[in-house]
Write a protein that binds this ligand. Structure first.
Ligand code: FAD
Ligand code: NAD
Length: 467
């Protein structure tokens, strides 16, 4: 029996960050990963590969649609699909190798195999060759993540009816792709394939794209994606998807209740993800699950078993890599007797379409629902000098501030580099900076960040300098 102070199960952003923080605090630490590379969903089949493909296809689309306007004439542009996917593999490899190095640097023992509990403090690790190692630990952190969900009656056969995981490993470019779900994965995947010339349809159940974000963002993104020829069907309910060998047929009822059928090369299911606890042997512990299969934890992220904690996608909430990372540090420092905190409402969400979409804090819908008074400051990227210089004039920033003290309650933007711009808004929310303070700061000119300065002015009831 090998003994450790702390064992982490799963090497995604939750797991590897927890292992590193534990090692930094002097714990004898082990990390167990089922697959033969570290990094979990995010590094292998999530954040990193999608961003690699979004980046490649963004360059390609710019060449086709923006370069000649800028006086750059390129003849004979063509897409090498397999090279694009090969580069994505290389990006993944660099990241997973980096993680292996970090484990060695921090003297973390790494086991490759399936971890399965035998009690609240012991587990086995079974390798793909069937070798079994027994492990005992004072504390164990479950960070086993999530897997793609599907609809009742629709089997993800991974051939024609696929999830994001298979879409990131395609051998051929689809001529026609139907995506079920217009959430984050739906719009990012639609962007990748539409930009390289696939015919893309998004079928969404809700009345707007990105329905969990501030509604104005989904509406604005809808207009932009539609202009780029993505077909978007809202308020549709898919009830049958059938693999017909060389293509897929899909039936849904439209918002008038009429039955519709479409065919495609592939159907990509992007209707959310479910917690992953298969094979963990939780029945041998006192850990409990909620009705949706998420591991139940208290405010310390401790499960019903005092020795076992859980973090990341497997406990629910926002399924984001940086949320898992925050929880990782929180749990390890809590075990260490420190008093860390997580402000869940200040964790930003980003969608890597172009323009990007980013959000932190309360949405207008939430403030209305809670009867909280607010003032809106809204500024368009079209009135920003840097945006005009780079032909990135679509989108806006919307700041929501408290009318009495000017406290920033929520920031929502769609526009170029929104993914990076949102960091400033996180600081404003976390440290309760007022709108007045925010527009009194100096913003470098010309930068995209200047959209904030005008939006905060407007929210504070002052006239904008630029519109
Ligand atoms: P995971 O990353 O899922 O890792 C869990 C690990 O546990 C896996 O490696 C799994 O093999 C391992 N495991 C499971 N069971 C066992 C077991 N019994 N024994 C040993 N190992 C086990 N989030 C963002 O913040 N930004 C993005 O841009 C982004 N893009 C995404 C794009 C896609 C296509 C997808 C699918 C997701 C994306 N996400 C993004 C979400 C992000 O990937 C997840 O929120 C994040 O990976 C969750 O981290 P985690 O550590 O909880 O779990
Ligand atoms: P999601 O929850 O973002 O979107 C799912 C969408 O499917 C929703 O809009 C929902 O209304 C729709 N839907 C549900 N049932 C449907 C039906 N029957 N017919 C049509 N539409 C239906 O989930 P996702 O896009 O699958 O992503 C999974 C998780 O991964 C998310 O929690 C997300 O946070 C994370 N992720 C994050 C990023 C990022 O941070 N950039 C990127 C990709 C994924």
């Amino acid at each position: 029996m090998e003994k450790f102070d702390l064992v982490v199960i799963g090497s995604g952003p939750g797991g590897y960050v927890a292992a590193i923080r534990a090692a930094q605090l002097g714990y004898k630490t082990a990390l167990i990963e089922k697959y033969n590379t570290l990094g979990g969903t995010c590094t292998n089949v999530g954040c990193i590969p999608t961003k690699a493909l979004l980046d490649s296809t963004h360059h390609y689309a710019d060449i086709l649609t923006k370069f000649s306007k800028q006086g750059i004439e390129i003849q004979g542009v063509h897409l090498n699909f397999s090279q694009m996917y090969q580069r994505k593999e290389e990006v993944i490899q660099k990241n997973t190798q980096g993680l292996t190095f970090l484990m060695q640097k921090n003297k973390i023992t790494t086991f490759y195999g399936i971890a399965s509990f035998t009690s609240n403090t012991t587990l086995t690790v079974t390798t793909s060759e069937g070798e079994v190692t027994q492990i005992e630990a004072t504390k164990i952190i479950i960070a086993t993540g999530s897997k793609p969900a599907t609809l009742p009656g629709v089997v993800l056969d991974k051939k024609r009816i696929i999830s994001s995981t298979e879409a990131l490993a395609l051998k051929e470019q689809p001529k026609k792709l139907v995506i079920i779900g217009g959430g984050v994965i739906g719009v990012e995947m639609a962007s990748i394939f539409n930009r390289i010339g696939s015919e893309v349809t998004i079928i969404e159940y809700a009345p707007s794209l990105l329905p969990t974000m501030d509604r104005e963002l989904g509406k604005a993104l809808h207009k932009i994606l539609k202009k780029e020829n993505i077909d978007i069907l809202l308020e549709q309910s898919v009830y049958q998807v059938e693999n017909l060998g060389d293509h897929v047929a899909l039936k849904f009822r439209d918002n008038q209740g009429k039955e519709q059928q479409v065919e495609a090369d592939y159907v990509l299911m992007a209707v959310g993800r479910r917690p992953y606890t298969t094979g963990l042997g939780l029945a041998n512990t006192t850990v409990t699950l909620d009705s949706r299969g998420f591991i139940e934890t208290n405010a310390q992220l401790q499960t019903n078993a005092p020795t076992i904690f859980a973090i990341g996608d497997v406990i629910g909430g926002a399924m984001l890599a940086h949320k898992a990372e925050e929880e990782a540090v929180f749990v390890v420092e809590t075990i260490n007797g420190q008093k860390p905190h997580i402000q869940y409402n200040h964790i930003p969400s980003v969608v890597y379409t172009w323009p990007e979409v980013a959000s932190v804090g309360a949405t207008e819908e939430e403030l209305k629902q809670k009867n909280i008074a607010y003032q809106v400051g809204k500024f368009p990227f079209a009135a920003n000098a840097r945006a005009r210089a780079s032909m990135d004039t679509e989108g806006f920033v919307k700041v929501l501030v408290d009318p009495k003290y000017g406290e920033v309650l929520g920031v929502h933007l769609i526009g170029a580099r929104a993914a990076d711009l949102i960091a400033q808004a996180v600081v404003a929310l976390e440290y309760e900076v007022t709108a007045k303070d925010m527009f009194s700061l100096s913003y470098a000119h010309p930068t995209f960040s200047e959209v904030f300065k005008d939006a905060y002015r407007l929210a504070f009831g002052q006239p904008s300098i630029n519109i």
